[in-house]
Design a protein around this ligand. Structure first.
Ligand SMILES: Cc1cc2nc3c(=O)[nH]c(=O)nc-3n(C[C@H](O)[C@H](O)[C@H](O)COP(=O)(O)OP(=O)(O)OC[C@H]3O[C@@H](n4cnc5c(N)ncnc54)[C@H](O)[C@@H]3O)c2cc1C
Length: 391
């Protein structure tokens, strides 16, 4: 007999693990199926930066594009609150430190852009302010003297990408979630009001509802249910230095370059910020199981950006460079809710989904459980893409 659950969660990254936790905490039965190991992909390969300000990629195309991206700020405000209580709920291994984040400017144009961005963020209620040059260098003496302005968001910081997913999965399991790693979902069909899903070990699961928490593989899982999603996988790279005594207190970002940098609790400096890595592809189909190819130009560009704002980074050996895949939604806004024409098939993805993962999970759990949702996410409803799904 197939195993029967209220909700099947496909994917064991941060989103899937957190979702399984929120579901079982509310008394639902949940089974999480992960094709590889828990936390093996983007959730365990990212920088753990908690971004609440608009990121460089959201402001680089001007204020109108930034205004569009800002529609997701209510989720970021929620995420700032959510992360601040997770250590108590889930455990210290989640590694949250909200010691503030600075977005930097090296030119007067960038400084002006930062000011406009800060005004936009204020209109959504984000706590964020411009710092004078003196204040910047008092607070962050490790920054280059070329930095002329900065926007400080005291809520930003980091969490531990190696610990967060596993911490959620452990607590979810303690509350009764069933977690099956090393098994892929290979197909699903609707049968008498349930999803009958096939797994790679030959077994099946009958679920009243299915949640897609499959990151860049999400479109493939949705396609199993006959739904098209306008999402695009992208490859990113990042670098980590050897451990050094703590000297970088903030999450550092830049208003004019791709850069995100923080120092982990262990002393490693994590350097990323959206530098591309090339996805492997055969016959026009991306092979998302292979880590994207790291491009020398990205390594060079990323490290150059890091050293120009934190010169001491140039003296610290880089220990490791790696890549991972994440996903963008065509309109750059998150997808959170039931899929078009499939009221029992759910998804959450898009954006900086490490930062937003716990918020996505809590909101999605409420939707799955048909409970009132404590945050207005109607703007992010996947139903906006119903026109791609006529049948
Ligand atoms: C290099 C890099 C740096 C980043 N830095 C940051 C950052 O600093 N801050 C931030 O907020 N975000 C960052 N991100 C983005 C962030 O990591 C991701 O958005 C987030 O981790 C997505 O989590 P997820 O759980 O949705 O997906 P994933 O972590 O990708 O997990 C999806 C899981 O689904 C599983 N799966 C897929 N198909 C199947 C199937 N058929 N059956 C069963 N399981 C399946 C996969 O094996 C995978 O484990 C970064 C991403 C990368 C790649």
């Amino acid at each position: 007999m197939p195993e029967t659950v209220d909700c099947l969660v496909v994917g064991g990254g941060l989103l899937g693990s957190a979702l399984a936790y929120y579901l079982v905490c509310s008394g639902s039965t949940a089974c999480l199926v992960e094709k590889d190991q828990l936390n093996q992909h983007a959730s365990g390969r990212n920088a753990g930066s908690l971004h609440f300000q608009l990121e460089y990629r959201m402001i680089e195309h001007g204020l109108d594009a930034a205004k569009k991206a800002a529609e997701a700020l209510p989720l970021h405000l929620d995420a700032a609150r959510e992360w601040s209580v997770l250590s108590t709920r889930i455990g210290e291994s989640i590694g949250v430190l909200q010691s503030g984040g600075m977005m930097l400017a090296e030119t007067s144009e960038q400084a002006l852009l930062l000011e406009r961005k800060t005004e936009l963020e204020h209109s959504y209620g984000l706590e964020n302010r411009m710092l004078s040059s003196d204040e910047i260098h008092q607070r962050a003496p490790y920054l280059s003297s070329a930095i002329v302005a900065a926007a400080l968001c005291p809520l930003e910081g980091r969490a531990n990408p190696r610990g967060a997913t596993l911490a959620f999965a452990t607590v979810a399991e303690e509350f009764g979630a069933r977690i099956r790693a090393g098994i892929a979902v290979t197909g699903m069909k609707q049968q008498r009001g349930r999803w009958r899903t096939s797994l790679s070990d030959g077994s099946e699961i009958l679920a009243r509802k299915v949640a897609i928490a499959a990151g860049p593989w999400s479109a493939r899982i949705a396609a199993m249910a006959g739904i098209a999603l306008p999402v695009v996988p992208i490859g990113l790279m990042m670098a980590a230095t050897v451990r050094v005594a703590p000297f970088i207190k903030h999450l550092i970002q830049h208003a004019g370059r791709r850069l995100s940098l923080n120092q982990s609790a262990e002393g490693t400096i994590l350097i990323g910020g959206g530098w591309p890595a090339r996805l492997h592809e055969t016959g026009g189909v991306y092979d998302l199981d292979l880590p994207p190819e790291i491009l020398p130009s990205s390594i060079q560009g990323n490290l150059h950006a890091a050293v120009s704002v934190v010169p001491r980074v140039g003296e610290i050996p880089v220990l490791r460079i790696w890549s991972g895949a994440t996903l963008l939604v065509a309109d750059q806004l998150p997808l959170v809710g039931a899929l078009p024409r499939r009221s029992d098939l759910f998804i959450a993805t898009g954006g900086s989904a490490f930062t937003l993962g716990p918020t996505y999970a809590r909101v999605l759990a409420s939707k799955i459980l048909e409970k009132p949702v404590d945050l207005d996410v109607s703007r992010f409803d996947p139903g906006r893409f119903v026109s791609l799904n006529n049948a």
